[in-house]
Design a binder for this molecule. Structure first.
Ligand code: FAD
Ligand code: N01
Length: 529
């Protein structure tokens, strides 16, 4: 079979679009395959009411083009889904990317042909061959609906937040059930509650939510940032989470701070809003006792907002704060003061089944016109697991990863030559501001391919030794922290049967430095041939 492309990229979100831009600039023939009917990835699929970013827009945006970052005007501190989608569509148009993106095309398989040193990529529209195969399939793109018996019997509508109908959903006058209180549920609940006749929230684990204090972006502040955008980005990238240049980070320990001063610090960071809260002390995710003081502070806030003490108690989480991704909210806890909103605990008694009219929990039937699943994603590995990926000697990636994902730097995989993953397991990815994390990965991959081509190398592959050492290092980093203490999707704990392994790498700047060092040492840990 002829080689159709130098590179195939799977996915047209932030990662796939920028990957195409970089590879095209190197003169490669590239094809992007995207399952969706448009570009945007996360922001194409997640159209539920209230969807917006939780990293501020001036940070959560591309830095690769000075013109782009100067031209684009964000309207809010945290942009809404429609605005981010418009931005990505603008990027695709501005850089003439669409002509190499094939939409509504799902990649089903990618097999490495050793003799031809090429990837054979099977889509639901045919087969192509390419030298490089780059997975930009997204760490949170594989929506997960729990297998609740009797789904087919339910006469009402069901929707998943991550696969929201393009025409929107009119909840007016409807009795709505909503399952899940992670970031998606926390964003959707206040808006659905305002529209629906009645909303019942099914909560398995109470969640910590910190107000985002979302507001229109002041033109003065935006102008100010744009005047120093390069420095703003550089400082942001030096922070552990890859953002927040304008927020000084506390460098002191909660364990060495008195309780009154600690409470004042929490209040200050609460007022800052959003994910910044976890930066109040450097040992918040290292010391369980310090973490508990922050958790207690947030529980106090919940108690102060929710009028019914019993409901407030049920909404108060008990796990380590920050162990599951912190939610950033607008009026989440307040919503439970509304008369048309009810909270049902399904932590001890899970949802038993669907019925014709709604959901059954134990002996109680709840009647609904519509049920919303805000139940999250098969994160980091889900989209890759759903493609039949086979490397040298026909080795299946799914089999290789049966005890948990194994990568070198999250970028490369031993046994899978000329195959790259953008923001894959073993990289900071979901634990960081993802746009700079994506740009750093894409730049690394593009520079690597340019290096191979300029030196006449035809193949690159991570060595098993480098991969083993990296997997051990990623685990070791997590083991110093409180992250492994709860059932988070970072650990795969939300997917029945998924191996419990902490998947992201903690610390964006350390990671970026390591990637640069690998290059400086002649692609140390990779075999080039
Ligand atoms: P995606 O945007 O997920 O794109 C991957 C694309 O690959 C998808 O369009 C998918 O259809 C396609 N694809 C997958 N498999 C196949 C296949 N087999 N064949 C063809 N196409 C395929 N991160 C932050 O840092 N800050 C935030 O504020 C933030 N907010 C978020 C809000 C929501 C509601 C969600 C769900 C996630 C959020 N994230 C946030 C994480 C977000 O996923 C990333 O920031 C980023 O958008 C990921 O971009 P990506 O291109 O890597 O993946
Ligand atoms: O998914 P989640 P999400 N019965 O997995 C519950 C990003 N994001 O879509 O905690 C009952 O966090 C589950 O309960 P439990 C962000 O990175 C960002 O909300 O597993 N409940 C949980 O409450 C985020 O972390 C934003 O016990 C069930 C919920 O469903 C990631 O995407 C917005 C259940 C799932 O929460 C995922 O967020 C949205 C069952 N059978 C997403 N199964 C921003 O704000 C699951 N649950 C930027």
């Amino acid at each position: 079979m002829p080689r159709d492309f130098d590179a195939v990229v799977v996915g047209a979100g932030f990662a796939g679009l920028y990957m195409l831009y970089r590879l095209r600039a190197l003169g490669l023939r590239v094809r992007v395959f995207e399952a969706g009917g448009g570009v945007g990835g996360t922001w194409y699929w997640n159209r539920y009411p209230g969807a917006r970013c939780d990293v501020e827009s001036l940070d959560y945006s591309y830095a690769f083009s000075e013109e782009l970052q100067q031209e684009w005007e964000w309207t809010e501190r945290y942009a809404s889904q429609p605005e981010i989608l418009r931005y990505l569509e603008h990027v695709a148009e501005r850089f003439d990317l669409l002509r190499d993106v094939q939409l509504e095309t799902r990649v089903l398989a990618a097999h490495f042909d050793d003799a031809r040193n090429a990837w054979q990529i099977e889509t639901d529209r045919g087969l192509v061959a390419a030298t490089y195969c780059i997975m930009a399939t997204g760490p949170l793109s594989c929506a997960l609906t729990p297998a609740i018996p009797g789904h087919e019997e339910f006469r009402g509508a069901t929707h998943h937040t991550g696969r929201w109908p393009h025409a929107g959903v009119d909840f007016r006058g409807l009795r709505v059930g909503l399952v899940g209180t992670g970031s998606s549920g926390v964003q959707a609940i206040p808006l659905i509650a305002r529209e629906a006749a009645d909303l019942t929230v099914f909560q398995r684990t109470a969640t910590y939510a910190v107000p985002g204090h979302n507001a229109p972006l002041s033109p003065e502040y935006q102008r100010d940032v744009k005047q120093r955008y390069r420095a703003f980005r550089t400082i942001g990238r030096q922070k552990h989470l890859g953002f927040g240049a304008d927020y000084p980070t506390a460098g002191d320990l909660g364990s060495a701070t008195g309780s009154a001063e600690r409470a004042a610090r929490y209040q200050e960071y609460w007022e800052r809003g959003g994910l910044h809260f976890m930066g109040a002390f450097v040992d918040l995710m290292l010391d369980a006792q310090v973490n508990e003081t922050a958790a207690e502070f947030v529980r106090g806030k919940i108690g102060g907002v929710v009028a019914d003490a019993a409901v407030a108690e049920r909404l108060s989480p008990r796990q380590v704060i920050g162990c599951k991704r912190l939610c950033v909210d607008t009026g989440y806890y307040e919503t439970f003061n509304r008369e048309n909103v009810h909270l049902v605990d399904v932590g001890r008694t899970p949802i038993t089944s669907f019925t014709e009219r709604g959901l059954r929990v134990g002996d109680t039937e709840y009647v609904f016109d519509a049920v919303v699943f805000a139940t999250g994603f098969d994160a980091m590995t889900g989209a890759l697991d759903r493609i039949d990926i086979r490397g040298r000697a026909g080795q299946a990636l799914k089999e290789k990863w049966s005890a948990g994902p194994r990568t070198y730097l999250g970028l490369g995989i031993a046994g899978f030559p000329n195959f790259f993953v953008v923001v894959g397991p073993g990289s900071p990815s979901v634990i960081s501001n993802m746009v700079p994390a994506i740009e750093q990965h894409v730049d690394w991959i593009a520079d690597c391919i340019a290096h191979l081509r300029s030196r006449g190398f035809r193949r690159i592959e991570a060595t098993p030794e480098a991969e083993d050492a990296w997997v051990a290092h990623v685990n070791e980093m997590a083991s110093f922290t409180l992250f492994p203490t709860c059932n988070s999707w970072y650990l795969g704990a939300n997917v029945p049967g998924k191996p419990r392994v902490f998947m992201p790498y903690l610390s964006f700047p350390l990671y970026a430095a390591k990637c640069a060092e690998v290059v400086a040492n002649g692609y140390e840990g990779f075999a080039l041939g």
